[in-house]
Design a protein around this ligand. Structure first.
Ligand code: G3P
Ligand code: CA
Length: 241
């Protein structure tokens, strides 16, 4: 059965990467949450996609140049549906405190990482271990150096590389970096690839699948999971398969 990961929460109905969006995804029947993490100026882990706060909040500037106290003043719902919702940018700690009470899985995507500075990965792993959530977390990143680093740091926590362009035999590549899954763009994920990867023990979780016909296609071939902005629609499709 294909698992449903809510991309930035239920981001089609609620402001992305907010607690209200994550709670809505849980209510809608998602199996997991996908979210993005970065560090503030004072080294706190916050959940936000862009490297700047401008697109989603009423503030301006780079996340890395703002303190947590400054970030907490902002409304993360400011630009969504004419500001109908109000919520702050959550810290990863706030999220994990809530998440621990649920039965959800979580895909934490490392954002804004580099080849050599691994402060973000170090802090995230430490927090996940503190909450004893190792078996409910999957780490992903477009920066595959982060994936390798994360595996070395915490081999007990699953990893998966994100990618946009097709990779030749991605299950072999995944194996070579000790990842148990791959998170490809859905347009470079044909059915044959899913079947072969999963026969070779690599879970396929494509992103971001928002059309009914695409959700059906991935569910019909038993893709391990899909990542979608529409967890409620995906749940309905899954229930009627
Ligand atoms: O994890 C899948 C997806 O979130 C990757 O792209 O830009 O939405 O973080 P992006
Ligand atoms: Ca993401």
């Amino acid at each position: 059965m294909t698992l449903i990961f809510a991309h930035r929460g239920s981001s089609s109905s609620h402001p992305e990467n907010t607690m209200i969006s994550f709670m809505e995804a849980n209510k809608a029947g998602a199996d997991g949450i996908e979210l993005d993490v970065q560090l503030t100026k004072d080294g706190e882990i916050v959940i936000i996609h862009d490297d700047k706060v401008d697109r989603t909040t009423n503030g301006k500037g780079f996340v890395k140049d703002l303190t947590l106290a400054e970030i907490k003043q902002l409304n993360a719902g400011h630009h969504f549906k004419k500001g109908t919702f109000e919520d702050t940018i959550p810290t990863l700690q706030e999220f994990l405190t809530w998440f621990k009470q649920t039965n959800l899985l979580c895909n934490i995507e490392y954002k804004s990482t580099t080849i050599t500075n691994h402060e973000l990965e170090d802090k995230v792993v430490q927090l996940v271990r503190q909450y004893q959530l190792e078996d409910r977390i999957i780490f992903s990143s477009f920066n595959h150096y982060s994936i390798v680093y994360s595996y070395r740091l915490a081999p007990e926590i699953e990893t998966a590389p994100l990618y946009m362009e097709g990779i030749y035999m991605p299950w072999v590549y995944a194996d070579s970096i000790r990842a148990k899954g791959i998170h490809p763009h859905y347009k470079v994920t044909p059915n044959e690839l899913i079947i072969l990867a999963q026969q070779n023990g690599i879970a396929v979780r494509p992103f971001t699948i928002n059309q009914e016909k695409d959700i059906k296609r991935f569910m019909e071939v038993n893709t391990a999971a899909i990542i979608t902005d529409y967890p409620a629609m995906a749940r309905e499709i899954k229930n009627n398969l």
